[in-house]
Design a binder for this molecule. Structure first.
Ligand code: UD1
Length: 434
């Protein structure tokens, strides 16, 4: 099992490049199910979840080329034949976003068998809203032997109002609606940039969608979609993680190939915490922190609020700020797995339900720590970058799910970090996802 060995104390200085957004790439790859033609996606991140999605699509009979090069990371997917419209448990259990194939499979093949994902490290993570939406669109859904089976000869447009804002739920039902008969009105939709990315791909494939990026979307169903070529947006969570890395190490970092307009909540909070942020261009942001960091509270919200996927990383920063920061997690019920490991490194954090009180100015000391999920791993890397001595992070396969060669990128800007073992060599089943 791979480990990271990190010696803290170096300020990060230089330019670090952000990869494509994993959470855009996953639904966009699933969208290829909706057409018999080829879909080509550029700026695909080289992370384990993408490999899992490739395996998932291939297991259904799709042809998936996935190539990574210096100039381009690209996948071309052909779902001309879908011999087996099923997402097997072996794959779903390693990546919850596998449930994104549910809507497109029913829309294209008239049926889908998808393993129920079960709980995960950060909370219950039900998919009841996906199911409810498909039922409203006329699908018959049964559940047996841990699998969900959905059938509909052709889905029908419907008025869907999400009880709760769900990112993959919005994406799943959007993909179902584009091939449904008639109009679908979706209210209380997720407004995340990843939803907008997916909608842009679907429009390039011939879908008719109004309102992407707002809470109300209106979709006119079409009878078929065609192939397209689409470039995935940069990963805003990776960019945010690097901004925190620059600030926590008191560095001077240019985060390149990002989209600053997707980072507003993160930038505002880092500024409140005393970091100096300059938006240098439409795709780069500079972060500096030469003075003291100050405590600032966060409360996670749906986009455009402060993302839950940045909560753990922000908490690492809060341990280094002067004063007391309150961290409120509103999206997931159990997303404080990183706390106990940060405390083992010397952080002073108390959790009470969905809130954590972080008393700052902690002197972190290196320790052997365990990564429990994707963003928790990122927070431990950040803490290790400022801890006194050499930390060893175990189970970095969680990190590899969503961060492309993070150790190489961080080393390029002065971090002392090395991997013990080979990237992607371990064959663990990470049972969690975001
Ligand atoms: C997506 C992101 C993940 C991020 C999360 C919240 C992907 C692949 N993952 O996950 O990185 O942390 O959004 O921004 O894009 N819920 C229900 N019923 C449902 C669906 C969701 O109750 O049918 C609840 C969840 O338990 C959670 C909340 O809604 O409390 C938000 O979850 P959701 O937005 O669906 O998260 P994901 O789409 O799984």
């Amino acid at each position: 099992m791979d480990k990271f060995v990190i010696r803290g104390g170096n300020p990060l200085i230089g330019t670090i490049r952000v990869s494509g957004a994993k959470n855009s790439a996953l639904p966009c790859m699933a969208a290829a199910i909706l057409t018999e033609d080829e879909v080509t996606l550029e700026n695909i991140p080289q992370v384990r979840d993408i490999e899992t999605e490739r395996r998932l699509l291939a297991s259904m009979g799709a042809e998936v080329e996935l190539g990574y090069g210096r100039a381009q990371h690209r996948t071309t997917i052909s779902c001309r034949t879908l011999s087996d419209p099923e997402a097997k448990y072996e794959i779903v259990k390693t990546m919850r976003a596998s449930s994104l194939v549910l809507g497109p499979l029913v829309a294209r093949a008239g049926m889908a068998r998808v393993a129920m994902p079960g709980g995960c490290a950060i909370g219950g993570r039900p998919i009841d809203l996906h199911i409810k939406g498909l039922e409203k669109m006329g699908a018959t859904i049964t559940q047996e032997h841990g699998y969900l089976e959905a059938r509909a000869s052709r889905l029908k447009g419907a008025h869907l109002v999400f009880d709760k804002i769900t990112v993959t739920g919005t994406e799943d039902l959007l993909m179902a609606a584009v091939l449904a008969e008639g109009e679908t009105l979706m209210e209380n939709c997720a407004r995340e940039p990843e939803v907008t990315d997916l909608a842009a791909l679907l429009v390039a494939m011939g879908a008719r969608i109004d309102g992407a990026g707002t809470s109300t979307m209106r979709i006119q169903g079409v009878t078929s979609l065609h192939g397209a070529r689409y470039r995935i947006n940069p990963d805003r969570i990776e960019a945010g993680t690097f901004l925190v890395a620059g600030a926590i190490t008191r560095g001077d970092l240019i985060v390149a190939n990002c989209n600053p307009s997707h980072l507003s909540a993160i930038i505002a909070k880092l500024e409140e915490a005393g970091a100096r942020i300059d938006i240098l261009s439409s795709d780069s942001v500079r972060v500096r922190a030469d003075g003291a960091l100050k405590a600032a509270d966060i409360s996670t919200e749906e986009y455009p609020g402060f993302p839950t996927d940045m909560q753990a990383q922000y908490m690492a920063l809060a341990t280094q700020a002067e004063g007391v920061s309150m961290v409120k997690e509103n999206i997931f019920e159990n997303r404080f797995m990183h706390v106990q490991e940060l405390v083992r490194m010397g952080a002073n954090i108390k959790v009470d339900g969905r809130s954590a009180t972080v008393r700052g100015s902690a002197r972190l000391s290196a320790a052997a720590v365990m990564c429990s999920d994707l963003r928790a791993s990122a927070s431990l890397v950040l803490a290790a970058l400022v801890a006194d001595g050499e930390s060893i992070l175990d189970r970095v396969y969680h990190m590899d799910r969503g961060y492309e060669r993070i150790e190489e990128k961080l080393r390029g800007v002065g971090a002392q970090i090395r991997r013990m073992g080979n990237v992607f060599a371990s064959r663990q089943d990470p049972v969690e996802a975001d």
